[in-house]
Design a protein around this ligand. Structure first.
Ligand SMILES: Cc1cc2nc3c(=O)[nH]c(=O)nc-3n(C[C@H](O)[C@H](O)[C@H](O)COP(=O)(O)OP(=O)(O)OC[C@H]3O[C@@H](n4cnc5c(N)ncnc54)[C@H](O)[C@@H]3O)c2cc1C
Length: 481
């Protein structure tokens, strides 16, 4: 894999904004006076009225670090022993991102990953960075060499009729005034993961081959963790445990049992990655490495996006019972390819792309999420929390899982940095009070809407709704209702 970032840069947090990337502006006089008046009125009711909410100070981007919260440094900061030692379980997108954000803040951490090495499993699919295309600067990544920016998004009927179009190219050629606020970056999951891993620098930063088995809180309030490593049991300790171990999280199960089992969303996805070199005979403007397109018939839906500048990723999905979906995914990649071909004899270049995809680059699985996690379930668990898919798994149809995992990681590291400045305070009051309660409340509220929208998308993308003629992302019309 090619180098993904300028890896020699070290970063530390910007003192000006304390690594937040934002600074607060003073509330204007009128807002302050209105609040004071409302508070006085409330106090006169002897607590029986409704207390006014304290207005939040408006934020602006820190000028010193241009909003990233980071400034270049000679070396990464040394771990500060006054901060809690964080055990991060899972070296996927969220776990590695948290490790990077801890590194920049001098928060000591150990990152444990069950796989034996980076390429241990086929992890070949692409991600679209939406909100996180800005947030990745908070991890010291200012350019993704492997990322591809799309400028056009099309929706077709199976015959190839365009029923929706948006993106920069559309806005440039039309009178539309609503230009997009930010661009979407498409990147292979492994390239993003590598870009984050490179920030960690030292190859020993990840404890590969460490599978968490269980943990328990000891009397001194630290957590004892038990791992399986090369068939042997290994014990370690940490002050704070973060489960970043994905949709089938062991940490989540150890914390709350089976209270929120996997929830089948009624459909299967089949994925493939096809090199453009295998499509040299196919003439299509859709293969320009800057176009995302989807085609649907009210049941099956295929989504195609640039994977790298010289390959394209497809994701076919359709409704199916859970049993059938499990059976189909277990039949192997040739069966998945045949099923995909059978269902998509549609406009060019769809059948050609699927036909030209090597079976080694095909995978397929039933789609799941879980019921929304309620904070009360985490509250009594001491210094253990969850991020990413472990906390809020969602269907891939809104492309939000990795975006949310990155936001979780940055928010948590910022929370630890702020809440644990005084060792005496966090030792005495506990990490839940110092950091986790506030962190979980923000994370669960922010991600809940994404989980719901992603589940709704699993329905409407496989219905007639997807074919309504409209120049905006599918589903946004439902939101406005
Ligand atoms: C086809 C597809 C397309 C997607 N497209 C997008 C998209 O466009 N945009 C987007 O934002 N999201 C997308 N997602 C979702 C996104 O990939 C996930 O939400 C994201 O990877 C979650 O990151 P995570 O770190 O929480 O978990 P993961 O990346 O799944 O990482 C979990 C890690 O934990 C490790 N682990 C598990 N158990 C243990 C254990 N007991 N001990 C130690 N380690 C353990 C695993 O080996 C793994 O490395 C897509 C997902 C799929 C499947």
């Amino acid at each position: 894999m090619k180098e993904a970032v300028h890896k020699d840069n070290n970063w530390t947090i910007c003192e000006e904004c304390q690594g937040r990337g934002k600074k607060s502006r003073r509330l204007n006089k009128k807002v302050r006076l209105d609040y004071q008046n409302a508070l006085e009125q409330f106090e006169k009711t002897n607590g029986e009225g409704i207390a006014p909410l304290k207005p939040k100070a408006p934020l602006y981007n820190c000028l010193k670090c241009s909003g990233s919260g980071l400034i270049p440094a000679e070396n990464a900061p040394a771990p500060n022993p006054d901060y809690p030692h964080v055990a991060i379980i899972g070296g996927g997108i969220g776990g590695v991102a948290l490790a990077v954000a801890c590194l920049h803040r001098g928060i000591p951490f150990t990152l444990y990953e069950r796989d034996n090495h980076f390429e241990a499993r086929s992890q070949g699919y692409g991600l679209t960075l939406q909100q996180a295309s800005k947030a990745i600067e908070g991890f010291g990544i200012f350019s993704l060499n492997e990322g591809v920016v799309s400028t056009r998004h099309l929706v077709h009927t199976p015959e190839g009729k365009v029923v929706g179009e948006w993106g920069v190219r559309k806005w440039i050629h039309s009178d539309e005034r609503t230009a997009p606020k930010r661009s979407n970056i498409h990147i292979a999951r492994q390239s993003l993961r590598l870009a984050l891993l490179e920030q960690l620098g030292d190859n020993n930063a990840v404890k590969w081959g460490h599978q968490l088995l269980d943990f328990k809180q000891s009397e001194d309030k630290t957590i004892d963790l038990r791992f399986e490593v090369n068939g042997e049991i290994k014990n370690t300790k940490a002050d704070l445990v973060v489960g970043a171990d994905g949709i089938r999280s062991v940490v989540r199960t150890l914390l709350i049992g089976e209270k929120t089992p996997l929830r089948y969303l009624g459909c299967i996805v089949i994925l493939g990655i096809c090199p453009l070199s295998a499509l040299e005979d196919v003439e299509s403007e859709l293969l320009d490495s800057a176009t995302v397109f989807q085609t649907a018939n009210g049941n099956e839906r295929i989504y195609m996006m640039p994977f790298t500048s010289d390959s394209i990723m497809w994701q076919l999905s359709f409704p199916m019972s859970e049993e059938e979906a499990k059976t189909l995914s277990s039949l192997g990649t040739q069966a998945l390819k045949e099923e995909a071909l059978k269902r998509t004899q549609w406009h060019s270049p769809i059948p050609q792309i699927i036909q030209a995809t090597n079976t080694e680059q095909i995978s397929g699985y039933p789609v799941y999420d879980r019921e929304l996690l309620q904070q009360e379930l985490l509250e009594n668990n001491g210094p253990i929390t969850l991020i990413g898919d472990a906390a809020h798994p969602m269907s891939p149809f809104k492309g939000q899982g990795a975006n949310q995992a990155l936001l979780d990681a940055l928010t948590l590291a910022r929370g630890i940095y702020k809440g644990c400045k005084s060792k005496d305070f966090w030792k005495e009051n506990g990490l839940r009070k110092s950091v986790l309660t506030e962190f979980e409340s923000e994370m669960l509220e922010r991600s809940a809407v994404k989980v719901k929208d992603s589940a709704a998308a699993a329905d409407f993308l496989h219905s007639e709704i997807v074919l309504f003629e409209a120049d905006h992302p599918r589903g946004s019309c439902l939101k406005n209702k």
